[in-house]
Design a protein around this ligand. Structure first.
Ligand SMILES: Cc1cc2nc3c(=O)[nH]c(=O)nc-3n(C[C@H](O)[C@H](O)[C@H](O)COP(=O)(O)OP(=O)(O)OC[C@H]3O[C@@H](n4cnc5c(N)ncnc54)[C@H](O)[C@@H]3O)c2cc1C
Length: 450
């Protein structure tokens, strides 16, 4: 932990009622004073799957999960809370952990990787532009290791491809999820699956986040939040502005019919789910029901075996934040080099509609950049986002939302939040040169003036 919370050594009684009436607090609402009855009892960080004993039986190996923590309510203090362990969030958490910030990663599903793993879109792009690599860092480290471990192949980034997707990387979604966990643990990041924030309250030092999970109520006191939920859910809970189109790009359900899916070698079939909406459990349920129904119809129609099915819909678009700045499609297609650029991005403008998709490639030499201020919800403090919810207009977002760019944003958000927690400031007040230095130290490529 970078610095202790004032009075955090004092003892106090057990955590009280966690669910409050005012479920979301507007940013302008007066700050809640730190409740002196905060549970200071330090939660013993026993992971649910601890040092597992491996027991060999006659025909199978059993890994016994040890759990010391049977308490249904716990309170914990961290420097950085990352909400959403998907494409961007995993990278953000690893980065914050590697910088020494005490980091907790909250993921409402059962594994890391988000759209890359649970959604099945294991085809990340684009790390290169015009013959050279432009995004590297922790995201690339994960992708590279997963491909190497899987005996897979890399595209040749020195070659400018005929079609943009020729330089996307086939990754094994299962291995990718395993590596995400391994690297989080190695970076000292604690992972909390099946949990999500219910109430977020501003307090003197940062945030109090009350979370729910089955059999668990967790109160988190943190200095910084990185919202990597895809649709900026924490930003929405806090009442900051978000943008959303009336008609969004379709989602897709990924499956394989008639032939086996070979992870890391081929792409999975995709069926559009029009109207797919990831806003809440009800709309996500509707998308899943519609997607699975279409696949069942297809199985009956094509009379082929269903060989592979992802567990849920992949959502291309939902909410984007209104940030301190907004990347426009003109910024994107002209490759504007923002003063506070923290990552490159590269992909055609790629808007899916009911008629399909016609990618509009960027002009030769153009490499867009992503500014730090597009990750900061307008008017906020101690809050940063990363991923597809980046502040951008719809067309710019259709290019920015891809995986390599999300990873680039995740790493920058991890650095900014960790440094802000350390300095007791907010991500926007961390000197940009320091963010850039840390990014370079951790293998990322930082946009520079020619
Ligand atoms: C069908 C489809 C095809 C695509 N094709 C490509 C492609 O070929 N190449 C490419 O590079 N990109 C592609 N993309 C885009 C890209 O995959 C996504 O835009 C990107 O992965 C989004 O990353 P993210 O980190 O913002 O969100 P995600 O990876 O979706 O992560 C969000 C995470 O947050 C968790 N979460 C959400 N809410 C909460 C909460 N309240 N509490 C806790 N956890 C929460 C989710 O469970 C999830 O794990 C495609 C997307 C789709 C849907």
């Amino acid at each position: 932990m970078l610095a202790s919370w004032p009075g955090s050594s004092k003892k106090s009684k057990k955590c009280g009622k966690l669910i409050e009436q005012d479920a979301a607090v507007h940013p302008e609402a007066p700050m809640k004073k730190q409740d002196p009855s905060w549970n200071r009892r330090h939660f013993l960080q026993s992971s649910l799957i601890g040092a597992g004993a491996v027991i060999a039986s006659t025909n199978e190996t059993t890994v016994a999960a040890e759990s010391d923590s049977k308490e249904p309510e716990l309170t914990q203090e961290v420097d950085v809370l990352v909400v959403g362990g998907g494409t961007a969030g995993t990278v953000a958490a690893i980065q914050a952990g590697r910088l020494g910030a005490k980091t907790l990663l909250l993921e409402r599903n059962s594994q890391l990787g988000g759209t890359m793993t649970t959604g099945g879109v294991a085809f990340p792009g684009l790390f290169d532009a015009w013959g050279k690599q432009v995004i590297a860092g922790i995201g690339w480290e994960l992708v590279k290791e997963s491909v190497e471990l899987d005996g897979g192949e890399f595209p040749n980034f020195a070659k400018v491809p005929q079609r943009h997707w020729h330089n996307q990387v086939f990754t094994n979604q299962f291995l990718y999820a395993l590596l995400c966990e391994e690297k989080c643990v190695a970076a000292g990041v604690e992972i909390a699956y099946y949990e999500f924030p219910q109430v977020v309250t501003r307090v003197e030092q940062g945030w109090q986040v009350d979370c729910a999970g089955f059999g668990t109520k967790r109160r988190i006191l943190c200095r910084q939040i990185i919202d990597c939920t895809g649709g900026a859910e924490v930003v929405g809970m806090l009442g900051f502005n978000r943008l959303r189109e009336e008609e969004r790009q379709p989602g897709s359900f990924l499956y394989m019919l008639g032939e086996a899916h070979e992870p890391g070698r081929n792409q999975i079939h995709r069926i559009y789910v029009h109207g797919a909406d990831s806003t809440n459990s009800r709309t996500a349920t509707e998308a899943n029901l519609a997607g699975r129904k279409s696949i069942l119809e297809k199985v009956r129609q094509d009379k082929k075996r269903l060989m592979h099915l992802q567990p849920e819909t992949g959502f291309r678009e939902s909410y984007r934040i209104e940030g301190e700045t907004m990347v426009t499609v003109n910024d994107y297609t002209t490759g504007r080099l923002f003063d506070d650029a923290i990552s490159y991005a590269f992909y055609p403008v790629d808007l899916h509609t009911r008629e399909g998709v016609k990618p509009q490639p960027l002009k030769p030499g153009v490499v867009p950049t992503i500014p730090l201020r597009a990750l900061i919800p307008k008017g906020s403090r101690n809050l940063i986002v990363a991923g597809r919810c980046v502040s951008s207009d719809r067309l710019a977002n259709s290019g920015l939302r891809v995986q390599a760019s999300c990873m680039g944003m995740g790493q920058a958000a991890g650095v900014a939040a960790a440094l802000a927690a350390k300095a007791g400031t907010t991500p926007l007040e961390v000197p940009l040169t320091e963010i850039h230095e840390r990014l370079r130290e951790h293998g990322q490529i930082v946009p520079e003036k020619a």
